[in-house]
Design a protein around this ligand. Structure first.
Ligand SMILES: [Zn+2]
Length: 324
């Protein structure tokens, strides 16, 4: 293997396990088997009570600690490379929303110490930080600006998935570090509120950030196959902002046959009718989609250097510039 190939990192910027203590996380082996070196897994959204978020983090840390032969909870890019060299899957956590901060920006660094390496600030619906993609977005609040600062200072990747357009543009202007959309597709191809506009794509690239294309059927209008529409969204963004600003955030929700939805959280509020959510619509690609995406991009004429960036190099660059 050439030296350059040995240092390539294949990166899934966002996927999900049930947010429950006691679950078996070994399904993450599918990422390793599919060729991924790193995966960021969600540990909490705005609808999850803080006790659920903390118990989930505690369990995920415990489970990964018990399975260090195959998985490594990482802190730095050097850790990701070391995990890859040892044949392990590198894992870190991300948060989707700020409610678990309890209105205190100082809580950001606390989650950072627990393994959270990426965070976005609004989950679909308006909150005290800003506006959601399924709400009347009034933009980033004064408190929100403090949280963005805290995320920059804590060395956590600033994410804008699920945010309203105006709030995401405010965040990208306020952030001193590159800003990513860890799992978002192109609105120009599929008109859904969870997909992002050309303006958001351009602004993200201008920060030096990366957009991770997700494998959610609804946001791709995918039929049987996920690889072709995912490659199409990759290509749309590359044509717009170049190959340095596009990646993958598969967003598989591993179904372990358990329901982790908090009984107090109204599904119709978090995933409103306007979003046309349904159980079939939110079915998703698995990590195994990777070679298919690469094959479609090769057919479109992508060279190896561009493929390496899209499959992980771009997100690894942002992590290197952001993580401490
Ligand atoms: Zn999400």
């Amino acid at each position: 293997m050439p030296a350059a190939a040995a240092t390539k990192i294949v990166w899934d910027a966002h996927s999900c396990l049930p947010l429950l203590s006691g679950i078996d996380m070994s399904v993450l082996r599918r990422h390793r088997a599919a060729g991924f070196d790193y995966v960021s897994i969600n540990v909490g959204m705005d609808m999850n009570p803080i006790d659920q978020v903390l118990k989930t983090i505690a369990w995920f840390r415990h489970w990964l600690g018990q399975h260090q032969g195959e998985f490594q909870l990482i802190d730095t890019i050097a850790d990701v490379k070391a995990a890859k060299a040892a044949g392990k899957l590198a894992v870190a956590f991300d948060l989707e929303g700020p409610k678990m901060l309890l209105e205190d920006a100082a809580m950001v660094a606390f989650y950072g110490d627990l393994g959270v390496k990426q965070m976005h600030l609004v989950y679909n619906r308006n909150n005290t930080v800003g506006g959601g993609c399924h709400d009347d977005d009034k933009g980033l609040t004064a408190y929100g600006r403090g949280v963005v600062r805290a995320i920059n200072q804590a060395g956590i990747i600033m994410d804008c998935s699920h945010n309203g357009e105006r709030t995401s543009l405010d965040i990208m202007e306020a952030s001193e570090k590159p800003v990513v959309f860890s799992h978002a597709n192109a609105r120009a191809l599929v008109d859904h509120q969870r997909n992002i506009s050309d303006r958001q794509i351009d602004a993200c690239a201008a920060t030096g950030g990366v957009i991770g294309i997700n494998g959610i059927r609804l946001f791709l209008e995918a039929k049987e196959d996920f690889a072709e529409p995912m490659a199409r969204h990759v290509d749309y963004m590359v044509q717009r902002v170049g190959p340095d600003h596009v990646g993958l955030g598969i967003d598989i929700s591993f179904n372990l046959g358990v329901d982790d939805h908090p009984p107090t959280a109204d599904r119709g509020y978090w995933w409103p009718l306007s979003g046309r959510y349904s159980s079939t619509g939110t079915s998703n690609a698995g990590p195994e989609v990777l070679p298919g995406i690469v094959a479609h991009l090769r057919n479109k004429g992508y060279d190896q250097a561009s493929l390496d960036k899209i499959c992980g190099g771009n997100f690894a660059r942002v992590a290197k510039e952001t993580w401490r």
